[in-house]
Design a protein around this ligand. Structure first.
Ligand SMILES: [Fe+2]
Length: 233
């Protein structure tokens, strides 16, 4: 009996733990932190290695973890795509808005950059649209920088394609983005830059304008051009 009791309680606990893990596993797997598409030091000297480690491994991971925790409390949301959640975000809890936006925005952000000098140039169709809607590539970059420096507090600056086929620069606070139904200036994001201090403060301190200026060196224009081609169809 003694032996039996010695083994039955741990086995019972183990079974309960396994059951809890089995129940939790589908939720924990719902959204996952994507690996960076390059090494943490690949964007240096524009973005330093430590910033990338903290930004991806701590900040982005926290958005993913907190999004999964928020969705776990809402059975009706489980199994929905992130884009579906964002499109109806006005009806969802703030934790889904903040962390769902954080997860989408950062995933998009990592895929918008390449090591310095490897991002290529805008495609001919994208450059033509930039010339049409902003006057020139330099004018577009200047307006994008102005939008980034003008964002008070934390947020993002975007290049979007609107429903009427125009390119537009917008900015959103916190982790909002142009896919959310709470945002006035909606559209298909083609490019986005993170102007939260966590994105640049270790290297640039309070010099957000310098970060915005240097950031063009790591923009992946091939990715932006592909997004434009897909969105313009
Ligand atoms: Fe960020």
């Amino acid at each position: 009996m003694t032996t039996s009791h010695c083994f039955s309680r741990p086995q019972g606990l183990t079974a309960l733990l396994l059951l809890a893990l089995a129940l939790a596993a589908p939720l924990a797997r719902a959204f996952e932190l994507p690996p960076l598409p390059y090494a943490h030091n690949a964007l240096a000297p524009v973005v330093d290695e430590q910033t990338m480690q903290i930004h991806h491994g701590k900040h982005h991971k926290a958005y993913v973890d907190n999004l999964n925790a928020a969705v776990a409390k809402e059975p009706a949301l489980q199994g929905k795509s992130l884009e579906d959640l964002l499109a109806g975000i006005s009806r969802l809890p703030p934790a889904v808005r903040n962390n769902g936006g954080g997860h989408w925005n950062h995933t998009f952000f990592w895929a918008s950059m390449k090591p310095p000098g490897q991002g290529g140039a805008p495609s001919a169709p994208l450059l033509a649209a930039i010339d049409r809607d902003f006057g020139s590539l330099d004018a577009f970059k200047a307006a994008f920088k102005t939008a980034g420096t003008g964002r008070f507090g934390s947020g993002w600056v975007w290049l979007i394609l609107t429903v009427d086929g125009k390119l537009q620069i917008t900015s959103t606070p916190n982790q909002d983005n142009p896919l959310m139904d709470v945002v006035t200036e909606r559209g298909i994001p083609l490019l986005g830059n993170d102007v939260w201090e966590h994105a640049y403060y270790l290297q640039y301190q309070n010099r957000r304008a310098d970060y915005l200026e240097a950031w063009w060196q790591v923009v992946d224009w091939q990715a932006v051009s592909s997004r434009y081609a897909a969105a313009a169809k």
